[in-house]
Structure formats: C-alpha cells, structure tokens
Design a protein around this ligand. Sequence first.
Ligand code: GAR
Length: 195
Amino acid sequence: MKRVAVLISGGGSNMLALLRDMVGDHSGRAVFVGSNDPSAPGLVRAAQMGVAVAAVDHRAYGRDRAAFETALLEPILASEPDILCLAGFMRVLTPEFVRRFEGRMLNIHPSLLPKYPGLHTHARALAAGDAEAGCTVHEVTAELDAGPILGQARVPILAGDTEADLSARVLVQEHRLYPAVLRRFASGDRTRLDL
Ligand code: GAR
C-alpha cells in the first residue's frame, strides 16, 4: 500500500476527490493533508475524513522559501509518504524540495500543458480564442509545470464563456482526471491517460 500525502492552498476540491477515491482496491491511502494557509477550508474537510492535517503559514517566513519548506517538510516526512500530490497548492517549490520527492510528486494544472504554465490559465485560453481547454496531471520537476505528463482531460470552449464558466467546466474534469491518474500511478502504471 502506497502512503499518499496531499498539499493544498484553498478549497481542496481536488484533494477531496483524491481522498474519496482512496478506498477499497486502490493501491494508495491518504496519510496527510498539508497547507501553506491555516484558513484553507480543505483542511477541515480532510480532518473530518479522519486524515492527519497540518498548516505551515508561508507568510511567517517572509521571503525565506527554504525556511518555509523546512517547516513544511516536518509534518510531511513524519507521515512517511510514498507519493506527494499537489492539489491546488499555490507555492512554487525549490529544486531542493522537488528533488526529495523526485519521481513521486504529482501536480494538477488547469490547462492543456505545455500551453499556459503558471497562473490565469483560463483567461489566457479565452484571450487566445482557443477552441478547447482542459487540465493536466504531471510529474513535478524543478521547472514549473513542465514535468512528464501523466494525463489530460479536455473540454470545449463555448461562445460567450466567461473565465468562471470555463473554470467550472474544467474543474469537473479535474475531479475525474486526478483520481484516475493517481489510481494508476499508485499501482505502478505511469502510462499516459487521456480522458
Ligand atoms: C484547481 O483548479 C487546480 O487545477 C489549480 O487550483 C485549483 C484548486 O482548486 N491549481 C493550480 O492553478 C496550480 N498552479 P481546489 O483547491 O478546489 O482543488
């Protein structure tokens, strides 16, 4: 059984989708949910599901990213994870942190990478006049949003779509894609999944 830790920054809807899927014959079990924001609503939801939670407020460390990560690592390592999932975790991690979890850290990103790494993905897709958008689950490497792609799900962009419309349509697919990819990844299958 693979021990799975999840990092969030906000509502944690993707984290919940992962936790809900980690039952029965799934090769993974959730052991920890962490956040850089103590007020992240997802922490309460994870705790209600019986998972250990901790928050390390990045604002307490100013610009000292390394000190923040050292503090964040403590509860993560205490949970002895085999796999670390970023699920709406909005802090950029240092190469040192990434190296510790090389080959076993996943992220979900709300675009069809390699298009639109970084922020404001839906606004950028709309501004570009794209016909479709989507989400990507990828392995985390030191370069932002650029690791090997493990899965993608696509949605159409419809006439008159707002950023909120598109975000909501993609999020539904995120909740399908991330659990499906983690299920495969935890069982040792790293082949790409397209939904
Ligand atoms: C999700 O849309 C996720 O793809 C995005 O943040 C949202 C978190 O929602 N992640 C990123 O933008 C990472 N750069 P959630 O907290 O409800 O899962």
